[in-house]
Design a protein around this ligand. Sequence first.
Ligand code: PLP
Length: 392
Amino acid sequence: SNRAASRFSTVGASATYAVFDLVAELRAQGVEVFDLGGGEPDFDTPEHVVDEAVGALREGFTHYTPSRGVPALLEAIAQKLAKDNGVMADPASDIVVTPSAKHALFAALLTVLDPGDELLVPTPSWVSYTAMARLIGARPVQVALDGGNGFRITRELLEAHVTPRTKALLVNSPNNPTGRALTAEEARVISQFAVEHDVLLIADEIYEKILYDGTEHRSLAALPSCADRTITVNGFSKGYAMTGWRLGYAAGPTDLMTELLKVAQHTVGCTGSFVQRGGIAALTGPQDPVEEMTRQYATRRDLVVDGLNSLPGVTCSPPDGAFYAFADIRGTGFTDSSSFAQWVLKETGVALMPGSAFGPGGEGYVRLSFATSAEVLGTALERVGVALGGRP
Ligand code: PLP
């Protein structure tokens, strides 16, 4: 529409929501769809979390809360950051609770980027970073990582894209869509690069709880000389299976968080009161549900990776974390990941995400979510195998 602001001219609709909508449309037509496209846990929220929020509603905890967040939640987040991440944040000044990690990311970018500023985004990446940067008039600069090198972040790649306008670097680990977690070497590269170029860091750590094979989570804010230049974003959607609740937070240096709080004050007021009470229960209650869900993801991961590697022309390395397999399909003879995904959906009813949707470096790959039952995963892979095997 030419009545909308010009900022929309460079922003496309979300590619993940497009697949989400297409799956719903096919299902409405009665087509059987095996949805490996989405990015949300198939588990329900742990019961003690639900009970706490329902209790809060029943007792009339239904009013505005402080814009920063319910004090007990801020305290629980500060303790979690110290204990799990080695990140010191004062609950009174360095943390803001937000309705979703997505909103925390948007608020963080709005806080640090002026129009024309450049945001480095290693890709393939989650689809919304570049769109958010564009919506606020900044320039996303995509740094294409090399799948042949395990999508590693290297000093050479960062140096090739840095300019005097570079304001911040956004890093997502564990990563959507590649499933990779930062190594100690990458963490060192990132902290040295940030310090030497005086660049801020935005750390999206939403998949922190979902890691396999004893892989260690590395928080950017805990790296040498990075505490004062990093905004950490996290939330409850993935680890605690709370996608529909919309609950997340940002934590960082006081000067930046003072401004970020204004974004919360002027755009949302506060996050849902009873939703925040659920968040307190999630952080301070038993963590066994999180561990149990991760164990199940691990089993499915092995099933999916083995299944993918047995398909003709497909290879997949096991992800370190998150619940995505990022499979190399270049050996299948398809010219691009989008036609592969469309063909698979039409032939088999299996929905997956083309790697090209995640930016430079993603072409030639497809993302399959294994946040769905082992049964669905088994059937889906079998169907794709039959279809691929039957091609001339
Ligand atoms: N960051 C990444 C990398 C994600 O994959 C997602 C969800 O898909 C989010 C952030 C958003 O999480 P939330 O549900 O808290 O907005």
